[in-house]
Ligand binder design. Sequence first.
Ligand SMILES: [Zn+2]
Length: 250
Amino acid sequence: MIIFSCKEDKSTKEPSKKVNPIISKIQKEVSKEIVEVNDIDKNFVLGKFNYRKDTSFVKVDNIHASKTIYLKKEAYNSFIKMYDAAKTDNINLKIISGTRNFYEQKSILERKWQKYENLSPIKRAQKILEYSSMPSTSRHHWGTDMDLNNLNNSYFDRGVGAKEYQWLKENAGKYGFHQVYTSKANGRTGYNMEKWHWSYMPLAKQYLKFYNSYITYDDITGFKGAELAEEINIIKSFVNGISKDVGETR
Ligand SMILES: [Zn+2]
């Protein structure tokens, strides 16, 4: 069911004499959803688009990033506010990774696929999935998620890193940012803990909702190991394997 494509939209607007009240209610709810999530389609949540040419994305200023990075405008604007607040507390935030599309994620995954060639296919995929996503299943596709300061949890355990992490835990939520890959001790599934990965939930939660409504395993294809996605339960265990604490964030 692709209710977001123009073609389908037109067909639902065909004049009809009798309106079934139940269908009418559903259509009203659907149209409300379209207003809320009007820039979402399947290719977007699957990472199959060019964020450099998408006007809802913006290039991050050099002072905030370690390299050329793009983010969704709304997420970046909120990051700037968080960055400025952190700065006044002598905390320096630096974005070290932002949006990655399907093709970029595919090259990361396939490089690792090569690296673990001695493992059985399923073990190979599981090893990669400790920290890296399969293409079309990454929150980094959405422009809402970013990696900050350092890609090692140990960096955030002491010294400057511990101060930065403490500041983020206390303040990031005020700007909409949450750590989605927290400890797995309480039963969270999916990727290992990532103290560096922060997600702008006001948008990301809409994208996840869309993903869960419209994406199936038939959509997750086109890279090495894709045939294992369903067996590993990628959608339930990984795409939805995020901290429960972020569920109601607005
Ligand atoms: Zn990340």
